[in-house]
Write a protein that binds this ligand. Sequence first.
Ligand code: NCD
Length: 310
Amino acid sequence: MATGYFFSHRHILGIDHLSVDDIDHILTTAESFKEISFRPIKKVPTLRGNTIINLFFEPSTRTRLSFEIAAKRMSADTFSISTSTSSATKGETLIDTARNITAMQPDIIVIRHSFSGAPHMLTRYVNAAVINAGDGTHEHPSQALLDMLTVREHKGRLDGLKVAIIGDILHSRVAHSDILGFTRMGSQVFVYGPSTLIPPDLDSLGATVCKSLKEAVQDADVVMTLRIQKERQDDPLLPSFREYARFYGVNREVASWAKPDGLIMHPGPINRGIELMPDVADGPQSVILDQVTNGVAVRMALLYLVMGNS
Ligand code: NCD
């Protein structure tokens, strides 16, 4: 890391805004926080007196819970609002919701929204630091950071690795953030999926689009599988899930094409038997639950670092 480095981000809106030093610093900070989750008393006073609001306008299990756990383990006061319990169901706009929440003086707002760019818009209306927990098909920075942390933990590095990302690249904010993050850290990213689910501009992000599943997975250090984002497709872009599983699903044979110590990853939720077969999801190469554990550590690091810049 460059000498004199300091983390200068007030908000975490996307991997796009983070330099190699920023990513390295976030991962190293997360590594130092990880041990707290394994203590008998899982609490440090670091964010005591800070108020964190989780604003989730889309379903979430892992991301929301791990932001809440991260905040609580750092002694912050944390509150969560989801679509069904917010006044969005009564027609309130996001900007009005944001202004009202700001009037209550939160320090950090964590937001997930189906509209790409919602967290960026929020920064114009609130005083709090904003963390993007997934915006439409755009970015999901904390997921990419926990993915990079998991790979770095298992491989000792990120540079020079072959990372294969398989599936619905077009609608996946995870794929977008992972491509930006892994390539920035020196990995080579190869993608494969149905041609209807591959966006045209991937080369400009530094990813290689493969012509076959084998080309993508062969000798990979990491195989990242993705869920079909049914909720983001107006017209079905796939013939059927059965065909998808046959041609794009990662089964034991496909996993064997990767390096013997290649990692199988998935951001969750898994559609078992479609993009990933159960014996591979639960097999010896799978680090899917490590991703979840690391999600708490990465989110503790993000909350801590943005508070340092408030
Ligand atoms: C992802 C998301 O919401 O983008 N899930 C997650 O945050 N762990 C991926 C998905 O929903 O498929």
